[in-house]
Design a protein around this ligand. Sequence first.
Ligand code: PAF
Length: 282
Amino acid sequence: MDCIKLPDQLRAQCRVWAKEGRTIALVPTMGYLHDGHMSLLDHARLRADKLVVSVFINPTQFGPNEDLDRYPRDLDHDLAIAREHGVDVVFAPDPAAMYRPDHSTWVEVPEMGKRLCGASRPIHFRGVCTVVLKLMHLVRPDVAVFGEKDWQQLAILRRMARDLDLDVELVGRPIFREADGLAMSSRNVYLTPEERAKAPAIHGGLLEVRRELAAGTRDTAELGRIFAEHLAGKLPAARVDYASFVHPESLEPVANITAPTLLAVAVFVGKVRLIDNILLEV
Ligand code: PAF
């Protein structure tokens, strides 16, 4: 396994593979790899001859008051995991290698990027789209694998790929959860032990909504109240940033559930903002 730091070197390696007729899978990450990432790597490993994982804490997707500086990092640990999971190349560039001081080109899917997380993180998806498109250009992957915990991110990237005619298959993989239901996230390490113990209530609230839907409630305002009540009972310190019922592809709001609908939530547990979602089917 190689660890490549320079974009040109990554491009050169991927071109060699393409000339040899090898297929390539890409798993973009910000590192601090956990079991959820490992499941993405394992799936990607099966999908192509060569596997590239990027480990890059992309500064352009963090707002001024967000956690860029304290985002957890441990490249040695990530390299060990990548090796164990059959990765061929870890791409771990410095920010200066990815963005020149006068970087001035951005990729945006503006409407979808304003919804849900975009309301409180206005530049986030512009940064995500820009870095993912840059990675796609360097690697030219046949397939790129993402986690469905970041459902909005995947929906936006799919729209970007469609609109810009990218020749890549985007694959979403199911949310990986701790035994108590908490969705795995690198940010879970910020939780205090007490917050961590109660945080699975977010997933509990999503399941409660699914039960209510099965019992016949279709009105999303009512279902939203049920989520909020569940959380207030089990995790009173939580503050709901949003709990929105949306079309799974367009992310347009849904008032009554008559077709598959995504319930996406972002909840502050203390200072930590956690996201989760569930696909509701009637
Ligand atoms: O989901 C993430 O970890 C990041 O948003 C991504 C896709 C690696 C882009 O920086």
